[in-house]
Design a protein around this ligand. Structure first.
Ligand code: HEM
Length: 414
């Protein structure tokens, strides 16, 4: 509070006491932050250039832009419960992690960087906790076997992105077989690749609601999937444009990349499966109102593949993502339509690439469903659905109609 009061006398964004404020949020969990501190942070927000509002910053703006932008996004995340607008995007600090531009190349590199940073930071925290170097999030610490599994899986998911970024040396020493050592190397590599502001953004994007150890894992996995969905949406958009422009080879490349990115991310679910059920049950008491049913990127992917049926579009599934729903209502072009229009003339490999993507998405839905059953049992979801029965149904939604029109028509009717 003292540091914040001092800052308010000369509110220069670059001098904001990030470490002190973040430290306090992480010490108690966002749900339990003292009212006085929250009120003072709201005053701080009003002092920002263009302040005096509790609005969410535009997602298209660069995540790593200027200090004022970072501070604005941090406060957007930190004050969500205080403002009464807590939801999935603020829970997962998505405004801080958004790509700076929407073109596919930028989004691709940004996704790889984000994924390795998130996983690097996760193993950094796991190592620090296992070695007694941090007192943060002390409840329900996992046992060493579980921690070893986390290290192994995090290193495995990060490996392809590290290689693409040129951060792993394929000619260097063989990867360590000791999971803790491999995890340490992952963090050291990632840490050395970041600038100071990038390190700050990564640190600020971790605001758990509670002090349970495993919430750290949960948030980092959600964020890594979000970065991947954002990439899938960019690739699918690119495929539609390419196909409509007659560049079928390019369309195939885009869809193949999307399928590859989703398949490559699958072990994130194995990583999340190491979350202790008791830990999940503990912190989810304070996450009510934040559900990935509000994931714009996921629904954008779904609706870029195929126009959702009217009952889904008008249900809670799409009402939870109003901007995406508005795009569908405004006639968003889908890959399904572009493929059907180019049909007689479509590249033979395109159908195969779409099938590959569809099967990767079906596998994602199935694994997600199984994990939810294990973690949640028969409890309702935090997104106002009945929980796993909802997921059991939505996993059957066809990804594309154009590939198997007859099969999909009977599946939808069933
Ligand atoms: C402990 C692990 C998880 C559980 C128990 C779980 C549970 C659920 C439940 C019950 C729903 C239905 C909506 C609701 O009422 O909340 C849902 C939706 C969803 N979840 Fe998860 N989830 C888990 C992990 C994840 C992860 C890691 C992701 C990746 C981002 C994710 C993405 C989604 C998406 C995109 C939806 C919306 C699906 C749709 O509307 O078709 N979930 N989840």
């Amino acid at each position: 509070m003292r540091e914040l009061d001092d800052w308010l006398e000369d509110p220069e964004p670059r001098r904001f006491p990030f470490a002190a404020v973040l430290g306090e949020f992480q010490r108690v969990g966002k749900h339990f932050v003292d009212e006085e501190l929250l009120k003072t942070l709201a005053v701080a927000r009003d002092r920002l250039p263009g302040g005096d509002s509790a609005g969410v910053p535009a997602a298209a703006e660069p995540a790593d832009a200027d200090a004022a932008g970072v501070l604005e996004r941090f406060l957007d995340t930190a004050l969500d419960k205080f403002d009464g607008r807590y939801d999935y995007p603020t829970y997962t600090a998505l405004s801080l992690l958004a790509p700076p531009r929407a073109d596919a190349r930028t989004v691709r590199v940004h996704r790889d960087r984000t994924v390795v940073r998130l996983l690097g930071d996760l193993v950094r925290f796991e190592l620090a906790a296992a070695e007694g170097r941090t007192a943060l999030f002390p409840e329900l610490r996992p046992d060493p076997v579980l921690v070893g599994k986390r290290h192994r899986l995090a290193v495995r998911v990060a490996a392809p992105a590290l290689r693409r970024l040129g951060l792993a040396d394929p000619g260097g020493p063989a990867p360590s077989t000791d999971p803790a050592q491999a995890a340490r190397r992952l963090w050291e590599t990632v840490d050395a690749s970041m600038s100071g502001p990038e390190r700050l953004v990564l640190a600020l994007s971790m605001l758990p609601v509670h002090t349970t150890h495993d919430e750290y894992l949960f948030i980092r996995v959600l964020q890594a999937f979000e970065a991947t969905f954002t990439l899938l949406a960019a690739e699918l958009r690119g495929a539609i444009t390419a196909l409509d422009g007659g560049d079928r080879a390019r369309a195939v490349g885009r869809v193949t990349r999307a399928a590859g990115a989703l398949t490559e991310s699958a072990p994130l679910f194995s990583l999340l499966a190491t979350m202790q059920v008791e830990a999940f049950q503990t912190f989810r008491e304070y996450t009510d109102g934040a559900s990935a049913i509000q994931s714009r990127a996921y629904k954008l992917v779904e609706s870029l593949c195929r126009t959702p049926d009217a009952d889904r579009l008008h249900s809670h599934a799409y009402r939870s993502v109003p901007e995406v729903r508005a795009g569908v209502l405004a006639g968003r072009r889908t890959l399904d339509e572009a493929y059907a229009d180019a049909r007689g003339d479509a590249h033979p490999a395109l159908g195969a690439a779409m099938e590959e993507f569809a099967s990767a998405l079906r596998r994602w839905r199935q694994t997600h469903y199984r994990l939810a059953v294990r973690m949640l049992g028969t409890r309702p979801g935090t997104g106002a659905t009945e929980g796993t029965p909802y997921l059991g149904e939505v996993r059957k939604i066809p990804v594309f109609d154009a590939l198997h029109p007859t099969a999909n028509a009977s599946a939808s009717a069933a």
